[in-house]
Design a protein around this ligand. Structure first.
Ligand code: GLA
Length: 706
């Protein structure tokens, strides 16, 4: 049974295949955490733990006491999950257990616990899902106003995860910047609060809503790891709180900064979901749990089990200078390489000759495409490829017809400048007419053209997030309403155009999270396509997100930004570790490079089911050594590939032995290119040596049974 409860119905246990999560009502009738970690083996364990539930009064000056959903009120001084103000000005909350139920839904079993305020008409529903097969927990809360006066919500987190008491935790998290997103950081947790967050209106390049905590002893392979990820693409917050007694908890959800929500009588407010899990098999397994979960339960079903196509994108080749002729020529070469999806990036619409004009005017530019997109789409199709298009629906250039007609449709404050970034402003999607406008514009684009793929971009964060026409008590809701409108638009389009796939992009990797992953089939991790820089970005990405969603392009060398020259082989090997794309100016590639590229694309198609659907092992980290090695193994363990890439290193520096993982110990594998045949246990135990000579050398090793 995935949810076990005691006879007195005051303690519950959610069980995965290797994890358990237990909670019980304390003396104050508030649910408190009993356990989150390795699986407990019987209901009697639950009873034994329930006897030890801590109650208020243990610490006379207040504290967290393992509360499952702490609210601000009384002797409470930590990060609350919920803070509200009632119509009479009362700002403290008191909640107590009201009821509970269990229910199966989708791939999970749910425990719903309802709490109520004894003095005010407010209910809080705590939802706990356990995805048994994946060892993943999902939590969110719904706040319901059952009275006839409004309630103001000032903070509404999704959940808090209590970790066993311990003084030496380490936090692993992802931080970065434009062109260097998702770098891995690991640091000791000291008493105090560490906040990871976005206040920018999108998920952000600076931090990503994922965390892992371990007791200071975890490696890729070993050690207990608690991890979690938020499904939210707007302002978010994950706070790690530790005190001097060893109590540690990680809370997360919507960022309370500049947030408030006017909960009218009869209305409910649902927080985003916070997913979490535990493994005793290190950071590598923590990632693989999330990867499998994403592939099975998060990604849109329509394309989840189909291989992601090899894509060509014209951005780096032609930037804004797209037209029927140059795109047609690129398409011909792309098709000859084996590309399956041809994507026209920015520049095809409105007066979009640079980033200074045109955003918001989603009509085909008649100078660049005199007969509309039709002829190019037909050409791309006749070449055997699908057709994709770039859009940036949430934005507007002040130099656009849309802005000239509706200057009040952007976020702004009266008497304040409208700060531009990349010469653009953010449309106020909290306004229903703006949401309807972008849904309709995209709908028209998809119904007028035979499009199979949309790259949805969002190139700047918010500023002056004002909505002057709205009642004052609703103006801070924009942070949530905007993200909900993006989700709703994507839902509508997916429903109306089930054969269209979507990519999430936000000036590179600014919108990668489990929330957008429910509605998009792949994401763009970074505008930095330097094959070496990418290794660290891709490593960080892999901490939380699966390889099939990770778009990687092979682009020109030397790179414009980094000035670095890298051989084609290394560029392909770096990009083949995710969903392969090509983004270089093919019109300038040599015949020899095109021939080589054709072979790499063919090779990728032979192994992509391993990369896109397999278990990923980070064998050697680009942060730790001059050689990076990443392995993928099919779920049935019959096939595996290892990418080995070496950056400049010192003469005589030994090549590291590579220890494959995840193989079937007793099965015999044939190793290519060297032709060795050995058992899985020999390969994993003895390792393999991949000799790489010179700078930017790389190899692709394949292992197959039978
Ligand atoms: C962003 C994206 C790029 C490209 C440009 C187009 O920077 O990340 O891939 O689409 O916009 O303007």
């Amino acid at each position: 049974m995935p949810v076990v409860e005691t006879a007195s119905a005051s303690a519950w246990m959610l069980e995965g295949s290797a994890i358990s999560y237990a909670l019980a009502l304390g003396a104050d009738r508030m649910p408190r955490n009993l356990h989150f970690g390795p699986r407990l083996h019987s209901a009697s364990d639950l009873l034994a733990l329930a006897g030890s539930v801590r109650s208020p009064g243990v610490a006379p000056f207040g504290g967290m006491y393992g509360q499952e959903y702490p609210v601000w009120g009384g002797l409470f001084y930590d990060e609350p999950c919920l803070k509200v103000t009632f119509a009479d000005g009362t700002r403290g909350l008191v909640l107590e257990y009201n009821s509970h139920r269990t229910r199966p839904e989708d791939d999970a079993t749910w425990l719903d616990v309802t709490l109520r305020d004894p003095a005010y008409p407010l209910l809080v529903h705590l939802h706990y899902g356990v995805y048994e097969r994946h060892d993943v927990l999902e939590r969110y809360a719904v706040i319901e106003n059952t009275g006839d006066e409004p309630v103001t919500i000032e903070e509404a987190l999704s959940a808090v995860w209590h970790l066993p008491m311990w003084a030496g935790y380490h936090l692993t998290h992802l931080a970065g910047r434009w062109a260097a997103e998702m770098q891995v950081y690991r640091e000791p947790v000291a008493p105090g609060r560490k906040v990871l967050e976005s206040r920018r209106g999108h998920t952000s390049h600076a931090a990503n809503p994922w965390f892992a905590m371990d007791k200071g002893d975890a490696t890729e392979e070993y050690g207990g790891v608690w991890f979690g990820a938020l499904a939210w693409s707007g302002n978010w917050k994950i706070a790690v709180d530790a005190d001097t007694t060893g109590q540690v908890h990680v809370s997360g959800g919507l960022n309370d900064f500049d947030f408030s929500w006017h909960l009218a009588p009869g209305e409910s407010f649902r927080t985003p979901s916070f997913f979490a899990g535990y493994t005793d098999r290190g950071l590598g397994e923590a990632s693989r749990i999330l990867h499998r979960f994403e592939m099975d339960c998060v990604l849109p079903r329509a394309f989840a089990s189909r291989p992601r196509p090899v894509l060509y994108n014209s951005w780096e080749a032609t930037t804004f200078d797209v037209n029927e002729q140059n795109q047609g020529r690129l398409a011909e070469i792309a098709a000859s390489l084996g590309v399956e999806l041809f994507v026209v990036d920015d520049g095809w619409f409105g007066a979009r000759d640079s980033d200074r004009a045109g955003l918001g005017d989603w009509v085909v530019n008649p100078r660049k495409f005199p007969n509309g997109l039709g002829p190019l789409v037909r050409k791309v199709r006749s070449l055997g490829m699908e057709f994709g298009l770039w859009v940036e629906p949430e934005m507007v250039n002040p130099d656009s017809d849309l802005y000239r007609t509706h200057p009040d449709w952007v976020y702004h404050f009266p008497n304040r400048p409208r700060s531009e970034s990349r010469n653009q402003l953010v449309l106020n999607l909290a306004r229903p007419e703006v949401e309807a406008h972008i849904t309709e514009a995209l709908d028209r684009l998809l119904s007028d053209n035979d499009i199979n793929f949309i790259k949805w971009d969002m190139n700047r964060p918010f500023s002056e997030p004002g909505w002057p026409d709205a009642p004052v008590e609703r103006q801070r809701e924009v942070w949530v309403r905007h993200t909900r409108a993006v989700y709703r638009t994507l839902e509508t389009l997916r429903e109306r155009y089930p054969d269209v796939a979507f990519e999430s992009c936000s000036g590179g990797g600014g919108r990668v999270d489990l929330g957008i992953m429910r509605l998009t089939d792949q994401t763009w991790p970074s505008d930095n396509t330097d094959a070496f820089d990418r290794l660290r970005i891709q490593e960080g990405y892999s901490m939380a997100y699966c390889a099939r969603t990770m778009m990687c392009w092979v682009t020109d060398s030397p790179k414009r930004y980094s000035g670095r020259a890298i051989p084609l082989r290394y560029r392909f090997h770096s990009a083949m570790m995710g969903s392969l794309g090509i983004g270089g100016n093919l019109l300038e590639w040599t015949e020899r490079d095109l021939e080589k590229a054709r072979e790499f694309v063919e090779e990728y198609k032979r192994i992509r089911h391993i990369v896109q659907g397999g278990d990923q092992y980070r064998l050697l980290s680009p942060r730790a050594s001059a050689v990076t090695a990443v392995q993928y193994v099919t779920p049935d363990r019959s096939e595996s590939v290892i990418f080995v890439l070496s950056s400049p290193h010192l003469l005589g520096e030994p090549a590291p032995t590579i220890y494959p993982r995840g193989l079937e110990p007793a099965a015999a594998y044939e190793v290519h290119p060297d032709g060795t045949r050995a058992s899985g246990s020999a390969l994993m135990g003895h390792g393999i040596c991949v000799p790489l000579r010179g700078d930017w050398a790389s190899a692709l090793v394949t292992l197959r049974t039978g």
